[in-house]
Design a protein around this ligand. Structure first.
Ligand SMILES: Nc1ncnc2c1ncn2[C@@H]1O[C@H](COP(=O)(O)OP(=O)(O)OP(=O)(O)O)[C@@H](O)[C@H]1O
Ligand SMILES: [Mg+2]
Length: 413
């Protein structure tokens, strides 16, 4: 392509020729002049060509650099994407329009242990019947499907989405979440509701039954009537205790539940609890002693007092002779509280279960003492919320020791 410079040179040639003709110069001079101009024109043209070539080379170089950069970026993005696919907590599978598995991440393999499936058709999913069926359906209908599947007691939520490029079906993306913890919590909640209903129903039925007798038997003697009234009182007390424990549990189960920590003298807290329960011990002719080293701990004093009181109460409830002793001292990085009784003890195979909600080793005995079976589960929850642990050492018929370890949390300012 000619640049303005070339045009200017060409015009100059013609202008010169015209001028020379006008000035009536000799033909040789004119030819010479024209030759000079032609050479000038050619040199200019050659220079221009070199310049153009150089510029094009530079442009090509810049373009190549840009292309290389874009390729590198794409490669890096693809790498990042693949790493993400691998580390993501959901199982991912991509099946193309020819029904071939093109991608299966590590999590998918961990969930279903199908071995190497890339390059296989999705028929290879057949061992996981429910997953295969829903993938197959999604392929047939080219539509989004969702299905919960259970394999080896694990629950999964499978989402199958068709992938389209414009209007062309390009395959299906399968995303699988492990929802076992949610399902377990759901089941736990259902069981808890059933247990609560059962626990409330028993005393309520008793109250109802006794009231009906009292209404019907108008000629009952005073002593018997009093017995029935006492029974109603006992059952309503139980109902009240269950409801108050349930309220504590539901408060502590809240995600935003926070302990109200205060710098607390553990000796003062334990001594207060002992003083409170001395009358109950005396009434059962049991001893209640404490040997406590003091330490200041940042605990929730109300909740921690409930822990100590409930452990002592249990000791007194399940002991007929002897008594309960509380010891407390520093043990490494922990403050250890031991509540020991000389009572009926807990059989080995029941020891883990007693911390479960509503669990009672001897239902009749616990009911007689007004127990709801919620005490130890609340104690465990409070101790854990303080960052501590609770353990149990016991032999049937030989007493029990509950051991609470609390971290020696520095005092709060
Ligand atoms: N010191 C103990 N000695 C023997 N058995 C015990 C002792 N502490 C608890 N248990 C057993 O563990 C069960 C659960 O105890 P937990 O304190 O949770 O419930 P509870 O005492 O029956 O009722 P509550 O909710 O009123 O405390 C009791 O029913 C009892 O069978
Ligand atoms: Mg109890």
């Amino acid at each position: 392509m000619h640049t303005p410079k070339v045009y200017v040179a060409t015009i100059l040639v013609y202008v010169m020729a015209t001028v020379l003709t006008i000035l009536n110069l000799s033909v040789v001079t004119v030819i010479f002049a024209m030759l000079v101009l032609l050479i000038y024109h050619l040199v200019l043209h050659a220079t221009q060509k070199v310049e153009n070539e150089h510029r094009q080379k530079e442009e090509r170089k810049a373009l190549l650099y840009q292309l290389d950069k874009t390729q590198k970026q794409t490669h890096e993005a693809a790498g990042r994407f693949l790493t993400l696919l691998e580390v993501i907590d959901s199982g991912l599978l991509f099946i193309d329009e020819n029904e071939l598995i093109k991608e299966a991440n590590e999590t998918f393999n961990r969930f279903f242990s199908l071995g190497s499936i890339i390059g296989e058709t999705y028929e290879t999913l057949k061992p996981i019947k429910s997953l295969y069926r829903v993938v197959h359906d999604a392929f047939l209908k080219e539509t989004k499907l969702r299905q919960q599947i259970v394999i080896d007691q694990q629950s999964y939520d499978a989402n199958i989405s068709p992938v389209f490029e414009g209007k062309w079906f390009r395959g299906c993306l399968v995303v699988i979440h492990d929802i076992t913890p949610i399902k377990t919590a759901e089941m736990f909640q259902k069981q808890f509701t059933a247990d609560v209903s059962h626990e409330l129903k028993t005393p309520l039925s008793a109250v109802k039954g006794i009231s009906e007798i009292l209404m019907r038997e108008t000629n009952m003697d005073a002593a018997q009537r009093q017995d029935f009234i006492n029974m109603i009182y006992h059952e309503t007390n139980r109902l009240e205790a269950i409801l108050s424990d349930l309220l504590i549990i539901s408060k502590m189960d809240r995600l935003d539940y926070e302990l109200k920590r205060e710098n607390t003298s553990m000796k003062a807290l334990i001594d207060e609890s002992v003083t409170l329960l001395e009358p109950a011990a005396t009434e059962k002719q049991l001893t209640l002693t404490a040997d406590v080293r003091d330490v200041m701990l940042a605990v929730d004093p109300v909740k921690m007092r409930q822990v100590i009181i409930n452990l002592i109460k249990n000791g007194l409830s399940y002991t007929d002779t002897g008594g309960v002793t509380i010891r407390a001292h520093k043990q490494g990085s922990m403050y250890r509280i031991l509540v020991t009784d000389t009572g009926i003890g807990i059989p080995k195979d029941e020891q883990a279960k007693v911390f479960k909600r509503f669990y009672r080793v001897d239902e009749a005995r616990s009911r007689a003492s007004g127990g709801s079976g919620l005490g130890l589960s609340i104690i465990k929850n409070v101790v854990q919320k303080h960052g501590g642990t609770i353990a149990l050492e016991s032999r049937e018929g030989d007493g029990s020791t509950f051991i609470v370890d609390l971290p020696l949390i520095p005092e709060i300012d």
